[in-house]
Design a protein around this ligand. Structure first.
Ligand code: 0O2
Length: 211
């Protein structure tokens, strides 16, 4: 059984590995050209087998339909400094020739009831196997650092409470999500100044006496 899962998940591991390199490559190009990078950092994971089985049971997905119906077995996450960067990242991904966007979910304009915000893309990504090409579904979540901060903490609390938050906790998390969003808005308004400072900093680096 374990071996079967390993074989089933291998193309997903390959897709996540390749996508991480490619998405980090975008950041690298911006930095090489001394431009503000819309990508702060990238993470990726293959969903653990127990999470796949839990989600499949919850959504009534038969195990032999996972490839077609579970879109986030391969998951990538892109963190951005500013809300505006998210749009730019989506545009860059949209213009790529090595993947195809098949669904977009904008949980920034339409936040989830929990308070969750992120921009989700479901993509189809071809991996080259020794048996030929295989199209893999993957979910890319694009969010600001503040959205990620909130989602990470909410996710671990969710795990602890098994999704059944006490009402007060739920409200506090919703308020915290709003506070995180206001922080993003505030950062956007002073974005110009921050970028200017970052530009000066990266140009100044290496010129100080200490280096
Ligand atoms: P994990 O552990 O992150 O893998 P639906 O829920 O039906 O609207 P669906 O198909 O689940 O839609 O996809 P959706 O909502 O676009 O993406 C689900 C993923 O988004 C989740 O994966 C989380 O990563 C993230 N997410 C969605 N809602 C929330 C939320 O309220 N809080 C947090 N912290 N993350 C959220 P999994 O499989 O649930 O979990």
């Amino acid at each position: 059984m374990e071996k079967e899962w390993e074989l089933f998940l291998a193309p997903y591991e390959q897709a996540v590995g390749e996508m991480k390199v490619k998405l980090r490559g975008i950041r690298k190009q911006f930095r090489e050209q001394n431009k503000h990078t819309p990508i702060e950092f990238v993470t990726g994971r293959v969903k653990p087998v127990d999470s796949i089985l839990t989600k499949a049971a919850l959504r009534n997905i038969p195990v032999n339909r996972l490839e077609e119906e579970m879109q986030d077995i391969a998951g990538l996450r892109i963190m951005c400094q500013f809300v505006e960067d998210i749009r730019q990242v989506v545009d860059i991904i949209r213009n790529r020739k090595d993947l195809k966007i098949i669904q977009e979910r904008d949980y920034i304009t339409n936040k989830k009831e929990s308070g969750y915000r992120s921009y989700h893309l479901v993509i189809e990504y071809p991996v080259q196997l020794i048996t030929g090409e295989k199209n893999i579904l993957a979910e890319i979540q694009i969010r600001t650092l503040a959205m990620n901060f909130w989602a990470t903490i909410e996710h671990s609390l969710n795990y602890k409470y098994q999704g059944a938050f006490p009402e007060e906790m739920k409200e506090r998390l919703q308020r915290a999500a709003e506070a995180a969003y206001q922080l993003d808005e505030e950062m956007s308004t002073i974005r110009e100044e921050i970028q200017e400072a970052q530009h000066l900093f990266s140009h100044g680096r290496g010129k100080s006496k200490d280096n």
